[in-house]
Design a protein around this ligand. Structure first.
Ligand SMILES: Nc1nc2c(c(=O)[nH]1)N[C@H]1C(S)=C(S)[C@@H](COP(=O)(O)O)O[C@H]1N2
Ligand SMILES: [Mo]
Length: 555
């Protein structure tokens, strides 16, 4: 076989790329019917998420925020694209080897899907479809690519035909004539360094390839998009009718956000509520078949339906939830009114035996979370929540039911898409984050954040409203917030309304700012009179601490 030209190489690389894209798109569509999480891209993506070392994951959450998932999926796609382009190049001389490598790629996706927690044997199907479609598309495009090469060689041998195309050698006369004519007036394109020129027998072959490639591109895009529409996070809570709470709370007071621009809303709108989880596809749960199992070291293991759950005492509770991965000053904290059943009531039904240390909860997507048993049984009223801010939980926040444990970071007490509670010991069962060396007892640290003015912002001298939020869900709430400018004295801020000890507190302070570059720092004191620590520590393994400080330019 002759040395391939650049264009020839390109056609084979594109064939490989499109074969992989078509395979993944087909797998994605089939997965919508089998199990959306078994889509080849998502199965590999999830596997990469779980295998990512904690420091890298921390860095990703810190720097990419909620974009960490799109970035991850793009990375998986780019790596796959490079690999498949390579396979395409290889297919020029080694058909079977190239096909075999495509099958290996698909098999990797299949293995990833089968190794996902809570997977079923049929989760292999999307990968099988992806491999089959991939090999078929590669074989087809490769044949077209070969025809380009063959006709180019033919043209190279019959030199006359190149400069003087005759109707007899040009199957598509009209096209060849017009192209040939216009071509004559054009300078030679640098992209056209092939052994043939348009108007020779080579071009129809090239046109077939381009048509084929375009067809596959459009087809793959359409099939992939359809799969996304059918399987990707488009679920809405079924028409759940929320039960009336056994005890209702007075409405939450109005926050100060209307008066102090830039301060976080006292009650976070659900659409703004932070989201942190490992799910690449939001689990879709059918409330009619949903079950909560309670087992382990209990007297009477049982399982209950969603209806059974709603038949229990439902209470309202205002709780601030935050992520252990939140850095000082970070955004992963939100507050709202939750509606749910006390975990204690559910566990009492089963009868917790002595020796139980933790409640090991599981979610429908295979997440496991350990919560110290006291936190779920004491009078803080940890909830199996079914609603937030007056609406059934949206799928992204755990529909139909999730844990919310006041005073603990989300990773040890806020299991979304809850499916099981097991009374056990720490020696016996290791949760997802425990295996990754995060702490098991994780009370929220007393913290405060400046929401306004903006760090590194430039403001005019004079009165500047400084404000933000402070929280101490594990420290009897907030009793005081103080602000300091540069090395000046701590000034007491005005606290916003009281939403309870496990709810954050807004604060504000008026600063008479003078020209210059200033550091503005905040600190909170909890309900026990303890001032938050100024010791800077990273989120791993038990939550960040230290004062939040911003730089403001006044001029
Ligand atoms: N099933 C499941 N539940 C989960 C998680 C998860 O990855 N999977 N992440 C936890 C973490 S780390 C946090 S901080 C909270 C975040 O809840 P939110 O996304 O509703 O704000 O959910 C917790 N529950
Ligand atoms: Mo978290």
């Amino acid at each position: 076989m002759s040395t391939p030209t650049r264009t020839t190489r390109l056609t084979y690389a594109v064939s490989g790329l499109l074969a992989a894209a078509a395979g993944m798109a087909a797998g994605h569509l089939v997965a919508a019917f089998v199990n959306p999480a078994a889509s080849p891209v998502l199965a590999i993506g999830s596997t990469v998420v779980d295998a990512t070392p904690t420091p890298v994951k921390e860095w990703a959450v810190q720097t990419l925020g909620t974009n960490d998932k799109p970035v991850l999926l793009t990375t998986v796609a780019v790596v796959t694209a490079l690999a498949s382009a390579g396979i395409g190049l290889l297919s020029r001389s080694r058909h079977s080897l190239a096909n075999a490598l495509l099958v290996v790629l698909a098999a990797l996706a299949g293995i990833a899907a089968l190794l996902r927690p809570a997977s079923l044997p049929q989760d292999i199907i999307p990968a099988v479809v992806a491999g089959t479609v991939g090999v078929a598309v590669l074989s087809g495009l490769r044949l077209l690519a070969e025809r380009i090469e063959d006709s180019a060689q033919l043209a190279a041998r019959g030199g006359d035909q190149r400069s003087q195309p005759t109707p007899a050698t040009v199957p598509d006369r009209g096209w060849a004539t017009s192209r040939g004519a216009s071509r004559g007036q054009e300078p030679e394109s640098p992209l056209d360094h092939t052994a043939y020129a348009p108007g020779t027998p080579g071009t129809p072959a090239r046109r077939s390839f381009l048509l084929g490639a375009a067809g596959v591109t459009v087809g793959a895009a359409a099939v992939g998009a359809l799969g996304q529409k059918l399987g990707g996070g488009a679920s809405t809570p079924a028409d759940v009718t929320l039960p009336a709470p056994a005890t209702t709370l007075p409405p939450l007071p109005t926050g100060i956000e209307g008066k102090v621009k830039g301060v976080s809303a006292f009650r976070t709108p659900t659409s703004d509520f932070y989201r942190v989880d490992t799910a690449l596809v939001i689990p879709r749960v059918d409330v009619d078949t949903w079950k909560l199992e309670v087992d382990g070291m209990v007297d009477k293991p049982f399982s209950m339906s969603f209806k059974d759950l709603l038949a229990m005492d439902v209470i309202e509770k205002d709780i601030t939830l935050n992520c252990v991965s939140n850095d000082v000053g970070g955004p992963y904290i939100s507050s709202t009114r939750w509606l749910g059943v006390r975990v204690r009531d559910v566990l009492e039904r089963a009868g917790i035996q002595s020796g139980v240390e933790q409640i090991f909860s599981e979610s429908v997507d295979g997440m496991t979370i350990s919560t110290p048993v006291e936190a779920l049984t004491d009078d803080r009223d940890a909830l199996i929540a079914i609603a937030m801010d007056g609406q059934p939980l949206p799928p992204r926040h755990g529909f139909p039911a999730r844990l919310v444990t006041p005073g603990l970071y989300g990773f040890v007490g806020a299991t979304k898409w809850l499916s099981k509670l097991t009374a056990t010991t720490y020696a016996k069962d290791k949760a997802y984050w425990t295996e990754r060396d995060w702490v098991t007892d994780a009370p929220v640290k007393t913290q405060s954040r400046i929401d306004t003015p903006m760090g590194l912002g430039t403001y005019k001298p004079g009165k500047i409203a400084v404000g933000g939020v402070a929280w101490a869900q594990a420290g009897d709430g907030i009793s005081k917030v103080e602000v300091r400018v540069d090395d000046g004295p701590w000034r007491e801020a005005t606290l916003g309304p009281d939403g309870g000890t496990v709810y954050w507190r807004q604060w504000s302070w008026v600063w008479d700012a003078t020209s210059g570059r200033h550091d503005v720092t905040v600190r909170a004191t909890n309900g026990k009179g303890e001032v938050q620590t100024d010791k800077r520590v990273d989120p791993f393994p038990g939550g960040a601490s230290g004062y939040h400080s911003i730089v403001v330019i006044v001029s």
